[in-house]
Design a protein around this ligand. Structure first.
Ligand SMILES: Cc1cc2nc3c(=O)[nH]c(=O)nc-3n(C[C@H](O)[C@H](O)[C@H](O)COP(=O)(O)OP(=O)(O)OC[C@H]3O[C@@H](n4cnc5c(N)ncnc54)[C@H](O)[C@@H]3O)c2cc1C
Length: 406
């Protein structure tokens, strides 16, 4: 499948592929043994290499120092980067920073861009996004407890959040808070920049997820905001626009996740095929000769190919018709690609036997980390309901039009 991409872009992809394989795969054992923070110095060197190769910020427009790729091209780059747990980080297109970069570019004032966006684009700082709360359902985000009340020229923020991913080591959070409880449902909240270190903005703990607490960029924090005072100049976009901005952030965010899952699926597939050829169940009887294993390989290849087409099609709709036109496609890929990823990683683990659940391959961490893909940025059920409603609406409209024309 080449999707008619240019030779020049194919060459870029090949450089990304080689870099990920030769520079990042060798870091995986150290990550499993010592965690992400221990790897930061060597990753800083890798980031410098990526910059020198002219591949920095693949998701960002050229005017802001990025590669200016189309979303479809970026999808193909992501599918290479995601083969390593640090591919996105090395190229500075990792969540949650990439989403924060996008909304700071679109909604940030000149001062906000100077202070917060520029260092983020340069890879000098990191950031986090603080919306979900333990006491309220993330799948109904309009219902939340965090408030930001005006006091002179400041906001005073009070609230409790969790899954503030990558808080540890971040320079700032973008927090979602109710600024006008009396406003219509989707105009009650605003997004506000809160520097980490502001008095009252405190870490409760990095939450242990599936037995892994993680650290630095690779962590999910529970945090409290207790009378946190920030200037009103830290408001991002207009007051009450929190959900509009969140939609801007989550739409591309969802497709970025799906693109990342393609890469993880490819890596798991690669590991499964390589191991199946090398591992013998008896002298001269490799796993690859077993029909069960052949079935896993064929099913996985078919599913990954289908997922790739669906993700690139959604990207093409966004590139050619805008994000709104791709709402149905985005919901469809969000739950279906997450499921394919899960199946492929599961089969790859099964093919590896006991080795598959050790941390001597990246499969166990893929399994552990990516189960969450069926929950964050909208659980499967919410996307299925949303896609089905859009499909049924079309049928209703067609039926109504047929009645009129009859
Ligand atoms: C690894 C990870 C990273 C995250 N990172 C961030 C982050 O950086 N910043 C941030 O703010 N948040 C983050 N989140 C939070 C995430 O966005 C929420 O977990 C998600 O929105 C779901 O909200 P919830 O956990 O409160 O589940 P709930 O809303 O309580 O839902 C529980 C379950 O109910 C079901 N359900 C919900 N609604 C419906 C419905 N309408 N119909 C049928 N079933 C339904 C679903 O199965 C769902 O899984 C992260 C979460 C994870 C797991």
């Amino acid at each position: 499948m080449d999707f008619g991409i240019s030779e020049a872009f194919e060459a870029t992809l090949a450089r990304v592929r080689t870099f990920v394989k030769t520079e990042l795969y060798p870091l995986e054992a150290a990550y499993q043994a010592r965690g992400f923070r221990a790897l930061e110095p060597v990753l800083a060197e890798k980031r410098a290499q990526v910059k020198a190769m002219g591949l920095w910020l693949p998701q960002i427009e050229k005017e802001h120092g990025g590669l200016g790729l189309s979303l479809m091209e970026h999808g193909l780059v992501c599918a290479e980067l995601a083969k390593s747990p640090f591919g996105f980080y090395a190229f500075n297109c990792q969540a949650p920073d990439s989403g924060n970069m996008e909304i700071l570019i679109k909604y940030g004032t000149k001062e906000q861009q100077e202070r917060w966006l520029k260092p983020l684009l340069a890879g000098e700082t990191r950031s986090c996004f603080s919306m979900t709360e333990p006491e309220f359902p993330g799948s109904n985000p309009a219902w939340m407890g965090t408030t930001a009340e005006k006091d002179g020229s400041d906001y005073i923020i009070n609230g409790h959040k969790w899954f503030t991913t990558s808080y540890e080591g971040a320079a700032f959070a973008i927090v979602m808070a109710i600024t006008d409880p009396g406003a219509p449902k989707y105009m009650r909240a605003s997004q506000i920049i809160v520097p980490v270190g502001t008095p009252g903005f405190e870490l409760v703990e990095n939450i242990s997820c599936m037995g892994h607490r993680g650290d630095a960029w690779d962590s999910h924090a529970e945090v409290r905001y207790t009378n946190v005072r920030v200037p009103q100049a830290n408001l991002l976009g207009p007051e009450g626009a929190g959900f509009v901005i969140a939609q801007d952030r989550l739409g591309p965010g969802r497709i970025h996740h799906c693109m990342r899952w393609l890469g993880i699926s490819e890596r798991a597939f690669d590991l499964m095929c390589t191991y199946a050829l090398a591992r013998e169940v008896a002298p001269d009887r490799p796993l690859a000769g077993m029909e069960f294993v052949q079935g896993w390989i064929a099913e996985s290849r078919a599913e990954i190919n289908a997922a790739k087409l669906a993700v690139l099609h959604a990207a093409w709709v966004i590139d050619t018709q805008g994000a709104k036109a791709a709402r149905e496609e985005i919901s469809l890929i969000k739950f279906s690609v997450a499921k394919i990823l899960h199946s492929v990683v599961d089969r790859a683990i099964q093919a590896h036997g006991g080795l598959g659940i050790t941390d001597r391959t990246p499969l166990a961490s893929f399994y552990r980390n990516e189960r969450a893909g069926r929950i964050y940025d909208g659980p499967d059920e919410v996307h299925k309901i949303s896609a089905a409603k859009q499909i049924l609406k079309r049928y209703q409209e067609e039926a109504a039009a047929a009645m009129v024309n009859a």
